[in-house]
Design a binder for this molecule. Structure first.
Ligand SMILES: Nc1nc2c(ncn2[C@@H]2O[C@H](COP(=O)(O)OP(=O)(O)OP(=O)(O)O)[C@@H](O)[C@H]2O)c(=O)[nH]1
Ligand SMILES: [Mg+2]
Length: 368
C-alpha cells in the first residue's frame, strides 16, 4: 500500500512538475514588454509602428496596418492637432509680443483656435488655404522658431506641410499621418501580436506624471522594458509642470527610478534615444551647453569637440550613469537611437531587438 501511495504521489509530483513546466513554457512563449518613458517621448508612436510592420501585408510591400474605417477615425484627430497647434501659436504670439505680418492672419487664427474642442472636426479646402497663409506668416514663423519657450506638439510642422491633403474632400490619413498624429495616452493599453508563432504582448502607458502611479501594476508581469527617451527634449520644458522643469532631466530621473527598481533587476531594458531627427534639426540652432553645462566639462575630460555625435555619446552617458549597479549580470541595458515616426527604420530596430526580447522572456521563465 505504502509503496503504491508513494508511487501515486511520485506520479502526481511529476505531473505537477510537468504542468508547471508547461505553464512556464506557455507564459515563456508570451514575450511581455512594457513601454515606458515621459509624456510625448514616442511610446504610442512605436506601438503604432508595430501595428504597421507586424501586419503580414507590410512584408509583401503593401501599406497595411490600419483598415479604412480606422484611418477615417484619425482624420478629425489630425484636424484637431492642427487647430491645437494654431491655438498654441496664437498664445505664443501674444506672450512673446510678436506681430503678425498680415492682420487678416491674426483674425483667422482666432477662428480656428476657438474650434479646438469642437467635435468631429473636418477641414475644407478653403480652411486649408487660410491656414497655409497663417503658417507662412513671418510672425508665426518667428514664434515657431522660438517653440522651445512654449508648448507645441512635434507634429505641428508635419501637418502644416500636409494641409493640401488634410483639407481635400474625403481625406483619409495614410500611415505616416497616423504615426505623426498626437493623442495623449491615459491608462494602460495592451497590444498582442503573433510573430511567426511567437506571441508578443506590448503594454503602452501614459507618460505624464499623473499617469505614472498606474504603471506599478504592470511591473511584475513583464519580461522586458522599452524605455523611450526623447533626444530633442534637452531644451524643452515639462508640459505638466508650472515650474519650467527641463524635460530631459525629468526623463533621466524617471530612468533612474525604473532602471534601479527591484522589479527590473533581472529585466532586459532597451532604451530608445528617440526623436533623433528633431535633435539633429535643432542642434545647431539651440545650444546644448545652455541647458546641460556639464557637457562642456565632459568634452574637456574626454578631449572631444562639440558635435552632434559627441553630444549623442554624452546623452547616452547621462543615462548609463543613472544605473546604480552597473555590474549586475542579470540586467541587460541596450541603447538604440531611433526616429519613431520612420516606419522602415523602426522595422529594422524591431528586427534587431526581437531575439533579445524573446531570450529575456525565456530567461525569466527559467527556460534559458
Ligand atoms: N519627428 C518625430 N516625431 C516623433 C518621434 N517620435 C514621436 N514623435 C511625435 O511625438 C508626438 C508624441 O508621441 P507619442 O507617441 O504620442 O508620445 P507618448 O510617449 O505616447 O506620450 P504619452 O501618451 O503622453 O505618454 C507624436 O506627435 C509623434 O508623432 C520621432 O522620432 N520624430
Ligand atoms: Mg502615448
Amino acid at each position: 500500500m505504502g509503496c503504491a501511495a508513494e508511487k501515486e504521489s511520485g506520479t502526481q509530483d511529476r505531473k505537477i512538475e510537468e504542468n508547471l513546466k508547461a505553464d512556464k513554457q506557455k507564459s515563456g512563449n508570451v514575450v511581455k514588454t512594457l513601454i515606458l518613458g515621459t509624456g510625448e517621448s514616442g511610446k504610442s508612436t512605436f506601438v503604432k509602428q508595430l501595428r504597421i510592420i507586424l501586419d503580414p501585408a507590410y512584408e509583401k510591400g503593401k501599406s497595411g496596418g490600419y483598415s479604412s474605417e480606422e484611418r477615417s477615425r484619425y482624420a478629425p484627430v489630425i484636424v484637431q492637432n492642427v487647430y491645437q497647434a494654431l491655438a498654441n501659436l496664437q498664445d505664443a504670439m501674444d506672450a512673446l509680443r510678436i506681430k503678425y505680418e498680415r492682420t487678416e492672419n491674426s483674425k483667422n487664427i482666432q477662428d480656428y483656435a476657438h474650434q479646438v474642442s469642437s467635435d468631429n472636426l473636418r477641414m475644407s479646402p478653403e480652411d486649408a488655404t487660410k491656414i497655409k497663409k497663417i503658417w507662412n506668416d513671418k510672425g508665426i514663423q518667428n514664434a515657431y522658431n522660438k517653440r522651445s519657450e512654449f508648448q507645441l506638439a512635434d507634429c505641428c510642422k508635419y501637418f502644416m506641410e500636409s494641409l493640401d491633403r488634410i483639407g481635400s474632400h474625403g481625406y483619409t490619413p495614410n500611415n505616416d499621418d497616423i504615426v505623426h498624429c498626437r493623442m495623449k495616452t491615459t491608462g494602460i493599453l495592451e497590444y498582442r501580436y503573433n510573430v511567426k508563432g511567437t506571441e508578443f504582448m506590448f503594454i503602452d502607458v501614459g507618460g505624464q506624471r499623473a499617469e505614472r502611479r498606474k504603471w506599478i501594476h504592470s511591473f511584475e508581469i513583464v519580461t522586458s522594458v522599452i524605455f523611450l527617451a526623447s533626444l530633442s527634449d534637452y531644451d524643452l520644458k515639462l508640459a505638466e509642470s508650472k515650474t519650467d522643469e527641463n524635460r530631459m532631466r525629468e526623463s533621466l530621473k524617471l530612468f533612474e527610478y525604473i532602471a534601479n527598481h527591484n522589479a527590473f533587476q533581472s529585466t532586459l531594458i532597451i532604451v530608445f534615444l528617440n526623436k533623433r531627427d528633431l535633435f539633429e534639426e535643432k542642434f545647431s540652432a539651440s545650444d546644448f551647453d545652455k541647458h546641460f553645462p556639464e557637457f562642456k566639462e565632459w568634452r574637456k575630460e574626454e578631449g572631444q569637440s562639440k558635435s552632434m555625435e559627441s553630444c549623442l555619446q554624452f546623452i547616452e552617458k547621462l543615462y548609463t550613469k543613472k544605473l546604480k549597479n552597473k555590474d549586475n549580470p542579470d540586467q541587460k541595458v541596450i541603447f538604440h537611437k531611433t526616429v519613431a515616426t520612420n516606419t522602415s527604420a523602426i522595422c529594422d530596430v524591431f528586427n534587431n531587438i526581437k531575439q533579445e526580447l524573446i531570450a529575456s522572456s525565456l530567461r525569466k521563465a527559467g527556460l534559458l
